[in-house]
Design a protein around this ligand. Structure first.
Ligand SMILES: C[S@@+](CC[C@H](N)C(=O)[O-])C[C@H]1O[C@@H](n2cnc3c(N)ncnc32)[C@H](O)[C@@H]1O
Length: 301
């Protein structure tokens, strides 16, 4: 099987419409849009009026629904304060909620004077139709809590609370995986960890499936899909990020390898079939729309 990795520069609604015309359909979509937090971005307004932002998210979810196979999955990541809006948007655009995943932060909580400090993000897992077309129940070798008397002999099934994946925070703790520029600054503050995408792809796809990321950022979805033998299409508006995705796929950094994770999932039945044969040597396909040149090297990596 020749693995296909499409990288498309441009607005995701436009590119998704083109993918639809070309007859693509996807088994899984990872939705990690800008959170409308008023951050400074070169290419888009991250300070939209609330209703405009959520109307946009509705359009995105509708477009993803049209591009999805029956039973396909969407994983929609957001800040916990937007939970209500996420659930509404998914429901109103035809998705069936399966889980509201709590991804707890491993670093410190955001402090707050008059309520509990915030320490998680939500990931709404929903499907097109009542049942997923497939779902792999992954078993992990989760660390034992102090109150557990005996070690588990064969791990445990994952639940909807994910407290074992470290986010790539700013600063020292972001570690090797975080892409940095020559000055050592984070290239993209919202870069998702490869271990998060590995879990999502392993749970809801099989080798040979197509995976979509409409807000690709640094291309974490594509990087993981390629290692797990899944085809992928990544859309990203900012040409600098698109260049970064290209560089990241080409450079195959050690820090992006998901191989070390396999041991953690070793108690999963049929892990070999689920994991798939990554075709590390497959060239990615330039989307006909990607018109960019890398303007600067990414130092430090
Ligand atoms: C939260 S980040 C995604 C980070 C990504 N998960 C990663 O691992 O790097 C959201 C991305 O969406 C991109 N974006 C914003 N508006 C867009 C649009 N209309 N179409 C496509 N991408 C867009 C931004 O440039 C940003 O890189």
């Amino acid at each position: 099987m020749t693995l296909q990795t499409l990288i498309l520069q441009g607005d995701c609604l436009q590119r998704m419409a083109e993918l639809e015309v070309q007859g693509y359909s996807f088994a899984l979509t990872f939705l990690d849009p800008p959170f409308n937090q008023g951050k400074e971005y070169a290419c888009f307004d991250d300070n939209l009026p609330e209703e405009v932002y959520w109307r946009w998210m509705e359009e995105v979810c509708r477009a993803v629904h049209r591009l999805s196979l029956d039973g396909a999955a969407v994983y929609f990541m957001q800040r916990e304060k937007n939970t209500e809006a996420v659930l509404r948007v998914l429901r109103e655009t035809g998705w069936t909620l399966q889980n509201l995943i709590i991804w707890t932060k491993r670093t410190s909580a955001v402090p707050n004077g008059w309520r509990f400090g915030k320490q998680y993000q939500i990931i709404a897992f929903a499907t097109k139709g009542r049942k997923p077309r497939l779902f792999h129940r992954l078993r992990v070798d989760a660390p034992l809590r102090p109150e557990y008397k005996y070690p588990r002999e064969d791990g445990m099934f994952l639940t909807d609370v994910w407290d074992d994946i470290r986010e790539l925070t700013s600063g020292y703790f972001a570690g090797e995986e975080a892409i940095r520029d020559k000055q050592g600054e984070r290239f993209h503050k919202q870069q998702s960890p490869v271990s998060l995408l590995a879990r999502i792809l392993l749970s809801s796809t099989k080798p040979g499936d197509w995976v979509l990321d409409p807000f690709a950022g640094t291309g974490t979805t594509a990087v993981v899909a390629q290692q797990l033998g899944r085809h992928s299409a990544s859309v990203e508006l900012d040409p600098r990020n698109v260049a970064c995705i290209r560089w990241r796929l080409e450079s195959r950094r050690e820090a992006d390898s998901i191989a070390p994770l396999k041991h953690y999932y070793r108690f999963t039945p049929n892990l070999e079939q689920i994991w798939g044969e990554g075709n590390d040597r497959s060239p990615y396909t330039e989307g006909q729309f990607s018109l960019f040149e890398r303007s600067e090297p990414y130092g430090g990596v």
